[in-house]
Design a binder for this molecule. Structure first.
Ligand SMILES: Nc1ncnc2c1ncn2[C@@H]1O[C@H](COP(=O)(O)OP(=O)(O)O)[C@@H](O)[C@H]1O
Ligand SMILES: CC(=O)OP(=O)(O)O
Ligand SMILES: [Mg+2]
Length: 393
C-alpha cells in the first residue's frame, strides 16, 4: 500500500509518497515561503532526481491543490491507500494518531483558534485530498502534541488558578512528530546518548526546544499554543502577560491575534523578513536584521540553559528544522559561551553542517539531524490504517 503524507508547517507544505511501511519513498517535496514571495516547489525522487520550480503559494489550500495536481499528472496518486496529515494541535482530546472521521475533524476544527497557522490550513489540505482521491481513502491525523503527553504535571502547569488547568489551559508543546523522529534517529546512531539527557532544538519557521530523558519528553518551550517559547519567524515567543494586557487597551482581540501569529518574531524585529536566509544575508549592512538574528539566538541560548537545568545536566544537543540544519552561524551563536555546560563546537564541522558539529572529547555531543516529520506521519498512518482494516475485516 502507498501512503501519501501531508505536513502543513507555518511557512511550508511538505509531502511524501511512501511504500513498504514507510521504509521506501517514491517522491518527496515541499512548497516553501507560503504567504510570502520568492517561493518554490521542490520535488525529489528516490533515485535522487530533483526539480525546483518557482511557485508563489498564497496559502496552504493553493499549495495543497498544486501538490495534488502535480502528483496526479505524474500518475503517482494511483495506488494510494491512505493519507496521513500532520495536525499541530491535538489539545486534551487527542493523545495519539486518529482516523479522520467526522468527529475527529470536528475536534481539530474546534482547536483551530489555538493554532491558527496550522490546524485550519491542515483541514483545508484534508479537504483537497478528499476531493482528489474520494472519501473512501482513509485519512489519518498524527499530532504534534502527542509526544509531550509524558511531561510531568509540574511542567504542564501554568501558575493560574487551578480551574484553568482543569479546563485544559496547560502546556501542550508542539513539534512532537519531529522530536519523535529525532529520538528514533539518535537511538539508531548512538543508543547510549539516546538513553541520556538530551535537548532537541527544532528551529524552523516555528521554533521550539524539548528536554528529553531516556527518550521521554520532560519539558518543552512551547506552551498552550505554538506562539510561546522561542522567538520565531512571525511569532514572538514568551512575553510578559502584562504586554498583552497593555496592548489590549488599544487593539481588538482579532488584531492582537494577527500581531502574535503573523507580525512579530524575526519579521517584527527586522521589519523586512521572517526568513532566516534573508536576514543572514543582510546582517552586515542592516542593523535591524542583525538585531532580529541576535534576539533569536539569545532567546534560544537562554532556553537551552533552562532545559539543561530541568534535566539536571546535558549529554547531547541536537539541532533540527530548516534553521537548525542549515544555519551554521545561528548554531554557533547559540552555543557560544556555553562551554560551562560542556558545549564546544568545532568551527569546521559546524560550517559544513556535519552530522556531529561538536569537538571530539567534549562532555556534550552536538548533532545535526535533518527533520523528518513526514516519515513519522507515514509510520503512524501505516499502523493505524492496518489496524482499522483488520478491525473492519
Ligand atoms: N540554508 C539555510 N540557511 C539559513 N536558514 C535556512 C536555510 N534553509 C532554510 N532556512 C530557514 O528555515 C526556516 C524554515 O524552516 P522549515 O523547518 O523548513 O519551515 P516550517 O517551520 O514552515 O516547517 C526559514 O527561516 C528559512 O530561512
Ligand atoms: C508547531 C510549529 O510551529 O510548526 P512549524 O514550525 O511547522 O510552523
Ligand atoms: Mg516545520
Amino acid at each position: 500500500m502507498r501512503v501519501l503524507t501531508i505536513n502543513c508547517g507555518s511557512s511550508t507544505l511538505k509531502f511524501g509518497l511512501f511504500e513498504s511501511e514507510g521504509e521506501r519513498f517514491l517522491v518527496r517535496g515541499a512548497v516553501d515561503r507560503i504567504g510570502g514571495s520568492g517561493g518554490n516547489v521542490e520535488i525529489y525522487s528516490e533515485r535522487g532526481e530533483k526539480t525546483v520550480r518557482p511557485a508563489s503559494a498564497g496559502d496552504h489550500i493553493w499549495a495543497a491543490l498544486l501538490v495534488m495536481r502535480q502528483l496526479d499528472r505524474c500518475g503517482l496518486l494511483d495506488g494510494v491507500g491512505a493519507v496521513g496529515h500532520r495536525i499541530v494541535h491535538g489539545g486534551a482530546r487527542f493523545s495519539g494518531p486518529a482516523l479522520l472521521d467526522p468527529a475527529a475533524l470536528k475536534g481539530i476544527e474546534a482547536l483551530g483558534k489555538l493554532a491558527p497557522l496550522h490546524n485550519r490550513p491542515a483541514l483545508a489540505a484534508i479537504r483537497a485530498v478528499r476531493e482528489a482521491l474520494g472519501p473512501e481513502i482513509p485519512q489519518v491525523a498524527a499530532f504534534d502534541t502527542a509526544f509531550h503527553r509524558t511531561m510531568p504535571h509540574v511542567a504542564r502547569l501554568f501558575a493560574l488558578p487551578r480551574r484553568f488547568a482543569d479546563e485544559g489551559v496547560v502546556r501542550y508543546g508542539f513539534h512532537g512528530l519531529s522530536y519523535e523522529y529525532v529520538v528514533g534517529e539518535l537511538r539508531r546512531l548512538d543508543p547510549e546518548a539516546a538513553a541520556g539527557r538530551v535537548v532537541i532544538a527544532h528551529l524552523g519557521n516555528g521554533a521550539s526546544m524539548a528536554a528529553v530523558r531516556e527518550g521521554v519528553g520532560v519539558d518543552t518551550t512551547m506552551g498552550f499554543t505554538p506562539s510561546g517559547g522561542l522567538v520565531m519567524g512571525t511569532r514572538p515567543g514568551d512575553l510578559d502577560p502584562g504586554v498583552i494586557l497593555h496592548l489590549l487597551r488599544s487593539m481588538d482581540p482579532g488584531a492582537l491575534r494577527e500581531l502574535v501569529n503573523r507580525e512579530s518574531g524575526l519579521l517584527g524585529v527586522s521589519g523586512t523578513s521572517a526568513d532566516m536566509r534573508d536576514l543572514l544575508e543582510r546582517v552586515a549592512e542592516d542593523p535591524r536584521a542583525a538585531e532580529a538574528v541576535a534576539l533569536f539566538c539569545y532567546a534560544a541560548k537562554k532556553s537551552l540553559g533552562s532545559l539543561a537545568a530541568a534535566l539536571g545536566g546535558l549529554d547531547t544537543l541536537v539541532f533540527t528544522g530548516g534553521i537548525g540544519e542549515h544555519a551554521s552561524a545561528v548554531r554557533w551563536r547559540i552555543c557560544e559561551g556555553l562551554e560551562f555546560l560542556g558545549i564546544r563546537l568545532d568551527p569546521e564541522r559546524n560550517a559544513q553542517n556535519a552530522p556531529v558539529v561538536s569537538r571530539d572529547g567534549e562532555p556534550v555531543a552536538v548533532h545535526v539531524i535533518p527533520a523528518d516529520e513526514d516519515l513519522t506521519i507515514a509510520r503512524h498512518t501505516y499502523k493505524l490504517a492496518r489496524f482499522t482494516s483488520q478491525e473492519g475485516a
